[in-house]
Ligand binder design. Structure first.
Ligand SMILES: [Zn+2]
Length: 322
C-alpha cells in the first residue's frame, strides 16, 4: 500500500479570510479563523506538520447554484434581500472570501481523492447550516453539499461527513430536495453528527465510524471528511458535550479508524479535514488550540508525522458581573 505523505496538505490563501468588521461587529470570529489559525500554528512551531497550497480559484456563481436558488446567490453577492440571513456583517470582503472558503473545501477533497496518500485540510467553517434559499447560523453557502455534488459529477464518487461540530449540520438534509445528485453524492445516513456527552458522545461517534466503514468496504463510499468543530467542547460559549479528553479521543479514534480501513481496502482512504465551529469569548486561542490538537493527532497517527504538541486547553473563565 502507498505510504502516507508525512505532512497535511493545507488549502489556504488569505483570500479566504474576511477581515472587514469581524473582530468588531460579529459574534462569530469564524470568517477570520483561517488566518488566526495559521498565525497560531506558526507561533506554536507546528508548521512542519503541514504543506500549503494557496494557488486555487474561487467557486463561481454557477457552483453556488448547485445548492442554492439563483435569488439567494444574487442576494448574497449584491447585499440585497435576505443577504444577512447568515447573521454575519455583510461586506464585499465577506463575499470574496466565501468564494475561496468553499473552493478550499472542494480543492482539498478533490486532491485527497486524486492523491489519497495525502491527507488534505481545508481550514474553513461557516457552511453546515446554510439552506437552499438562505444562510443560517454564521453559514452563508453549503460548501459541503456543493463540493460533494461537484465531485460526484466529475468522478462519480460518494462521500461521508463526520460532522463533530456541536450543532447539527442541517445543510445536507435540508438540501436533498434541491438537487437530484445529493442522495448519490452524500447518501442518506452518511452525514454523521454524534450526540451525547463524553462517553455517550464517543460511543455515538464510534457507531457512525462503524456504519461508514461498512459502506467503504462495500465500495459504496469513496472518501470521508472529518470536521472537528471545537464547539462540541464543554467550555464553548454555545456548544459543549465533551471535555478535552473525550473531544481529543474522537480525533484519535477517527485516525486509528482511517488506518484500519485503509489496510482493509488495500489503499489509503481519501481523508479531508475541516474546522467548523468554535466560540469562546474568554479565550479564543483555546478554540484555535483545540483545532491544532486535533490536526496534530491526525498528523501523528495517520501521517506518522513525528512532531508532538504540548498545547494546554485552559478551563473557561467566567466574567464576574459587577
Ligand atoms: Zn456549531
Amino acid at each position: 500500500m502507498k505510504k502516507r505523505s508525512k505532512r497535511i496538505l493545507t488549502f489556504y490563501t488569505e483570500q479566504q479570510v474576511c477581515f472587514d468588521n469581524i473582530q468588531t461587529a460579529s459574534f462569530s470570529k469564524s470568517p477570520l479563523k483561517p488566518y488566526l489559525l495559521m498565525q497560531r500554528m506558526k507561533k506554536k512551531g507546528l508548521t512542519s506538520a503541514f504543506r500549503f497550497q494557496s494557488n486555487f480559484q474561487p467557486l463561481k456563481k454557477e457552483d453556488f447554484e448547485l445548492a442554492h436558488t439563483e435569488t439567494y446567490v444574487h442576494n448574497v453577492f449584491n447585499g440585497e434581500g435576505n443577504y444577512r440571513s447568515n447573521s454575519l456583517p455583510w461586506s464585499k470582503n465577506l463575499v470574496h472570501s466565501v468564494g475561496f472558503t468553499n473552493a478550499s473545501l472542494y480543492e482539498a477533497k478533490k486532491h485527497a481523492l486524486l492523491h489519497p496518500q495525502t491527507v488534505c485540510f481545508a481550514p474553513v467553517s461557516g457552511m453546515h447550516h446554510a439552506q437552499p434559499e438562505r444562510g443560517s447560523g454564521f453559514c452563508t453557502f453549503s460548501g459541503q453539499v456543493i463540493s460533494a455534488i461537484k465531485l460526484y459529477e466529475e468522478f462519480g464518487v460518494s462521500g461521508a461527513y463526520f460532522d463533530l461540530d456541536g450543532h447539527f449540520g442541517n445543510s445536507i438534509e435540508d438540501s436533498r430536495w434541491f438537487h437530484p445528485a445529493i442522495d448519490l453524492a452524500i447518501p442518506k445516513g452518511c452525514n454523521i453528527n454524534p450526540t451525547g456527552t463524553n462517553e455517550s458522545y464517543v460511543a455515538s461517534f464510534q457507531k457512525g465510524l462503524a456504519h461508514v466503514g461498512e459502506l467503504i468496504k462495500a465500495g459504496k463510499l469513496h472518501y470521508v471528511v472529518f470536521a472537528h468543530g471545537a464547539d462540541s467542547h464543554e467550555d464553548d460559549d454555545i456548544g459543549g458535550g465533551c471535555d478535552t479528553k473525550h473531544w481529543l479521543l474522537c480525533a484519535q479514534l477517527f485516525s486509528e479508524w482511517v488506518n484500519e480501513i485503509s489496510i482493509t481496502i488495500g489503499k489509503p482512504l481519501p481523508v479531508t479535514l475541516a474546522l467548523f465551529g468554535g466560540y469562546r469569548s474568554d479565550n479564543y486561542e483555546a478554540v484555535l488550540d483545540l483545532h491544532l490538537k486535533s490536526l496534530m493527532t491526525c498528523a501523528r497517527i495517520i501521517c506518522e508525522h513525528p512532531q508532538r504538541e504540548t498545547l494546554v486547553i485552559p478551563k473557561k473563565t467566567y466574567m464576574r458581573s459587577a
